[in-house]
Design a protein around this ligand. Structure first.
Ligand code: BTN
Length: 337
């Protein structure tokens, strides 16, 4: 993206002017073409000074998720070193999936400032307005059997929870399988998609949606009581680019822990945050509703439910609603979130 290249040049020495001729020579575009791109950057909120015979100087940057904004904050070895950035995209997961089919490497990331068809779990829509939140998908190529893929989801839930905590000081909890809650309202969700053979994973797309700077009134009415954002919880806006960089750092860290040590540390961290054991729950799985007591999650991430009749069931997919007084989470909308 040319605009991103221009920003990189302007950021090399933020106090200096870069001449139009120099930018045009380095990017192999006419001065007029560069001028038009600078104009685009200004409409995005960049304050760029332009002086005759001096050139361009970057005065102020908005909180966008362009690679040139995230890169300087990124402290990873390999995760997120290549970011595919879109102003608007159907779904970052669908885009990352296609890129992975075309050979994208492990750690490549897709970020959209907005999604036109943001997807949630179980065929739901993910509300994705522009410039407010984070919609990010990562390509992973773990050498693990497909039955362990759900542990990657647990790993991502832990990494996202730790990012929220490090970035905001707030302590999120995890609701099975991978909703992140603050004061019992959903602040983030994960959608992981797998491409595999029977015994080999080709790739996993790890999709994360985190509500960062949406105001409570900006959520659609039907999910307003069940959804929140970091801004709504903290009472002030957070830096989206700093959050994105931190999330990539936590993902790299937890993914490497998982590859080296297996699922045990991931499940331990997940259980500490989920505190699901013993809770009375109503579980909807493939249109079937079961009520009982959550016993634990097993080593593959399935929920173990003890029904009222004392029978133990293993639930691999579905939605959980807490039903005891300790926790009064409202039923998840089945349409929008
Ligand atoms: C859920 O809780 O239902 C999962 C929501 C996942 C949303 C994210 S936003 C980035 C990525 N792209 C998508 O279309 N979905 C995921």
């Amino acid at each position: 993206m040319i605009e991103d290249e221009i920003l990189r040049l302007l950021k090399e020495d933020p106090s200096a002017f870069v001449s139009g001729g120099e930018v045009s020579r380095l990017l192999k575009l006419s001065r007029t073409a560069i001028w038009k791109r600078v104009r685009n950057l200004r409409t995005l909120g960049y304050v760029i000074e332009a002086l005759p015979r001096m050139g361009y100087r970057l005065i102020q940057s908005p909180d966008l998720l362009l690679p040139s904004e995230i890169d300087p904050l990124l402290r990873t070895e390999w995760m997120g070193k290549k970011v595919h950035y879109f102003n608007s995209v159907d779904s970052t997961n669908s885009t990352a999936y296609q890129l992975a089919l075309d050979g994208a490497k492990e750690g490549e990331v897709v970020i959209g400032e907005s999604q036109e068809k943001g997807r949630g779990r179980l065929g739901r829509q993910w509300v994705s307005p522009p410039f407010l939140n984070l919609y990010l998908s990562v390509v992973l190529r773990p050498k693990i059997p497909p039955y362990q893929a759900s542990l990657i989801t647990f790993m991502a839930a832990v990494a996202t929870a730790e990012t929220i905590e490090r970035h905001s000081g707030l302590t999120p909890s995890i609701k099975w399988p991978n909703d992140l809650l603050l004061r019992e309202k959903k602040v983030a969700g994960l959608l992981n998609e797998i491409h595999s053979e029977t015994d080999r994973i080709h790739f996993i797309i790890l999709g994360m949606g985190v509500n960062l700077n949406m105001d409570a009134k900006e959520f659609p009415k039907d999910i307003r009581t069940q959804a929140t954002s970091l801004k709504a919880e903290k009472g002030r806006a957070v830096s989206r680019k700093a959050f994105a960089a931190l999330l990539l750092e936590e993902l790299e860290r937890w993914y490497e822990i998982f590859l080296k040590e297996g699922g045990t540390p991931v499940l331990k961290a997940w259980r500490d945050r989920a505190q699901i054991q013993g809770k009375e729950v109503r579980v909807t799985s493939f249109d079937e509703v079961r009520i009982g007591r959550a016993v634990d999650v097993d080593s593959d991430g399935a929920l173990i439910l003890e029904t009222r009749g004392g029978e133990r069931k293993r639930i691999v997919a579905g939605d959980v609603e807490y039903t005891n007084k300790m926790s009064n989470v409202k039923e998840q909308s089945s349409k929008k979130f």
